[in-house]
Design a protein around this ligand. Structure first.
Ligand SMILES: O=P(O)(O)O[C@@H]1[C@@H](OP(=O)(O)O)[C@H](OP(=O)(O)O)[C@H](O)[C@H](OP(=O)(O)O)[C@H]1OP(=O)(O)O
Ligand SMILES: Nc1ncnc2c1ncn2[C@@H]1O[C@H](COP(=O)(O)OP(=O)(O)OP(=O)(O)O)[C@@H](O)[C@H]1O
Length: 380
């Protein structure tokens, strides 16, 4: 990840941050990552390859560097929250319960988790502050791989590491200044960040993606989640970070079942599988039906492309990096490609500088279309 140094880091400067299926993420700091590696049991067998391998140098989205905001007016620790929100709408494969709860059953059966989470993505994506608050509280109580808090770039809260929230947030939200509990104030801040407009580089693509979304409820979580009883019917803002992710997820208009048939058919006629990994956005993206200019083949290829992009959006994570503002004015670089904003939280009598990012947006390979076949617990 980004550093002010040149690239000659020694092991002593590297900090283990986390890892996925295909990569280990290290931040450039002062301690060797091996000491900190708290890996899920099923990844314990993995190690770094002995031969030369590749590394990606990425900005550290848990940080608020000087290139984005002059730090003179920012005080206290940088608190970053990582949320892996998963699929935010009901799938036609199961119109009653969220997809997340089905995968939780599979994980429980496979011994990957010890108890099912009360987190319902439909609550988080609802746009209703009450429901979002329930979702965040459930993530806090059973974070799994869906929720982490970092304090000054170090993991402070997550699966297997549940420290006291008030201690983690010390100097960020102060108990003497808050009305209500620190946890409530913190959740309110996160909700505001998730609902703020998220301006990003791909706005032109995203503006083409429509979102016809009403609040949904999930049968599985009916004892935890509450119906939205707000005076005005809540709706997820189209242009917030969750809205952006949801619109991309909703590019999946065909579901695994049909995607598999479609892909079988395409592969019978052509072996050019490269077309599914093309980075160019296909013309007509987001349109449910075949458009006049599209041949059958173009249409089917577009549908598979959209399905795979939607899979990426169903698996990506959000990082919200925040720091307290100490004065009325803050200068930030208006050329920055990052989505930054300022949030006033009356209950904390404070304003916060917030940087929003989306990570883990690697393209999914086309064979992912067949993945669902391997899960006998998923209702089809
Ligand atoms: O299928 P899901 O919803 O369980 O998502 C997988 C994730 O599981 P999760 O449920 O988030 O713990 C899974 O996450 P973990 O490795 O369990 O942290 C991966 O992100 C996987 O993607 P890939 O195979 O590495 O490209 C994800 O698979 P795909 O999104 O590629 O299908
Ligand atoms: N650019 C970044 N800035 C800050 N933290 C990051 C960044 N990229 C990754 N991370 C951290 O490293 C962890 C692992 O990231 P990675 O993308 O490899 O795995 P993942 O999200 O679990 O995906 P997968 O299992 O699909 O490979 C993330 O969960 C996050 O905590």
């Amino acid at each position: 990840m980004e550093s002010n140094h040149n690239n000659d880091w020694t092991a002593a400067e590297l900090v283990y941050r986390g890892e996925g299926n295909s990569s280990i993420v290290i931040a450039v700091k002062k301690v060797c990552f091996d000491q900190f590696r708290k890996v899920k049991l099923f990844r314990k067998h993995k190690s770094l390859p002995d031969e030369d391998t590749f590394a990606l140098l990425m900005p550290d989205f848990c940080d608020i560097p000087q290139t984005i905001a002059t730090n003179d007016n920012l005080i206290g620790p940088v608190i970053s929250v990582e949320i892996k929100p998963k699929q935010g709408f009901l799938s036609s494969l199961d119109p009653y319960s969220c997809v997340y709860s089905s995968f939780q059953s599979v994980k429980l059966e496979q011994g990957l988790i010890t108890r099912k989470s009360g987190y319902c993505p439909l609550d988080l994506y609802s746009g209703c502050r009450h429901r979002m608050n329930i979702a965040l509280n459930q993530l806090l109580s059973n974070p799994q791989n869906n929720f982490r808090i970092f304090r000054d770039l170090q993991l402070a809260y997550g699966e297997g590491l549940k420290c006291d929230i008030d201690t983690i947030l010390h100097g960020f939200i102060n108990v003497t200044e808050t009305i209500g509990s620190i946890k409530d104030v913190f959740c309110n801040l996160l909700i505001e960040a998730l609902l703020k407009p998220f301006h990003n580089k791909n706005e032109i693509l995203y503006s083409k993606l429509k979102m016809k979304y009403e609040q949904h409820y999930c049968n599985y979580h009916r004892d935890i989640s509450l119906p939205c009883e707000c005076k005005e019917k809540c709706q997820l803002p189209y242009d917030c970070i969750l809205g952006t992710i949801l619109r991309t997820q909703m590019l999946d208009t065909i579901d695994h079942r049909f995607a598999q048939d479609l892909l079988d058919f395409i592969l019978k006629c052509s072996s050019d599988i490269e077309k599914f990994s093309e980075l160019t956005v296909p013309r007509g993206v987001g349109s449910i039906s075949k458009l006049d200019f599209e041949s059958n083949e173009l249409f089917m290829t577009r549908k598979i492309w959209e399905f795979l992009v939607s899979l990426t959006a169903k698996d990506c994570s959000i990082i919200i990096a925040m720091q307290k503002l100490n004065s009325a004015e803050i200068e930030f670089n208006s050329d920055t490609e990052d989505a930054v904003t300022i949030i006033h939280v009356p209950q904390a009598r404070s304003r916060f500088f917030v940087r929003l990012s989306i990570i883990d947006v690697d393209q999914k390979p086309f064979h992912k279309v067949y993945k669902l076949k391997n899960f006998k617990n998923i209702k089809i």
